[in-house]
Design a protein around this ligand. Structure first.
Ligand code: SF4
Length: 325
């Protein structure tokens, strides 16, 4: 599989003044293959959304490089860069209500990208909007309505149509199901899976719900305090997590069965995620890790391969790659 997106040592810091800065994304490297879905998981504040937005140029890069189809993306996007790259790379946002302009009709919202990037007649634009409303399970007549007239799940479908009408190759889905009722989440996941198959999309799928991420993703990447700690096939990471953080994250994933949920409650991750401003030395998980050793507090583990190479897996932990003193 060829890589569509290559992320090399990407860094995004937010300056707070007085020589303080938020280490939101810290030297992240990750390749995403063509037609691959990579799920990105981690607690709130781990830097997942910042990584997604930095990939698409919505945040300037502090350092590092992002390559799309072999072309190096700009460090800071100009209006011209957005016009050039946004037809190829799009984002589906978490909150389907606040991301839709309440004063525009659904037809105007979905057609916005077409009007900016394609010279279609009014009739062609209307036909394309109607086609996309049907693709995402809505009715063409819905184009004259406003976002507030729709349910959360329907609004997310509108957001998906808006993102995909330009037929992008790469889409960052930033928590696209978090704001939806549980009953609607599976419908949206299935819709994304179907569209991925029919359009040959490549997705970075950011979410909290690990079961949903496992269901839709080919590979799963786990992020903690700005860095990746584990990457592998979705099944391997979900069923056989190696990194101590991944293990506690998976163990604390809510269970549908009430009895399992009661048993699970005792496995919640202990302690608070450290501040991304005062990042601890060594392994960033050390203050919460039940297996921490003395070197974990001063030597930073690297994300390195483990196993036999048949099922590529990488882990950043001294348990697998003993630190050189
Ligand atoms: Fe735990 Fe040490 Fe591994 Fe970090 S490097 S996850 S503290 S064992």
């Amino acid at each position: 599989m060829n890589n569509l997106v290559e992320i090399d040592q990407l860094v995004k810091y937010f300056d707070l003044g007085r020589q303080q800065r938020v280490h939101a994304v810290d030297h992240v490297s990750l390749n995403i293959g063509e037609r691959e879905i990579v799920g990105l998981v981690g607690e709130s504040g781990s830097g997942k959304s910042t990584l997604g937005k930095t990939l698409l140029g919505l945040h300037d890069k502090t350092a590092g490089q992002v390559t799309f189809r072999g072309e190096v993306m700009p460090k800071a996007y100009s209006a011209k860069d957005f016009a050039r790259y946004s037809p190829h790379m799009q984002m589906i946002f978490q909150d389907p209500y606040s991301s839709l302009n309440p004063r525009m009709t659904v037809g105007e919202i979905i057609a916005e990208g077409l009007r900016l990037h394609h010279k279609l007649s009014n009739t062609e634009t209307q036909d394309e909007v109607a086609r996309w409303l049907e693709q995402v399970g809505l009715h063409p007549d819905h184009r004259s309505r406003y976002p507030h007239e729709f349910s959360g799940g329907q609004r997310q479908r509108i957001g998906i149509a808006r993102a995909l009408i330009l037929q992008p190759e790469f889409v960052v889905c930033d928590e696209p199901i978090s704001a939806l009722d549980v009953s609607v989440q599976a419908q949206v996941i299935n819709l994304l899976g179907d569209l991925k198959a029919s359009m040959g999309l490549t997705l970075l799928f950011i979410a909290h719900d690990l079961s949903m991420v496992r269901y839709i993703s080919d590979r799963m990447a786990v992020m903690y305090l700005g860095g990746l700690v584990e990457i592998g096939t979705a099944d391997d990471v979900f069923f056989e997590p190696k990194h101590p953080y991944t293990q506690t994250l998976i163990a604390s994933n809510p269970e549908a069965d009430p009895q399992s949920e009661r048993e699970r409650a005792s496995t919640n991750i202990q302690g608070e995620i450290p501040s991304p401003v005062n990042v601890p030395a060594g392994c960033r998980f050390a203050n919460r890790c039940p297996q921490a050793q003395s070197e974990c507090h001063h030597i930073t583990p690297k994300l390195l391969p483990i196993g036999d190479g048949n099922n590529p897996r990488s882990v950043a932990c001294h348990l697998f790659h003993p630190a050189e003193a």
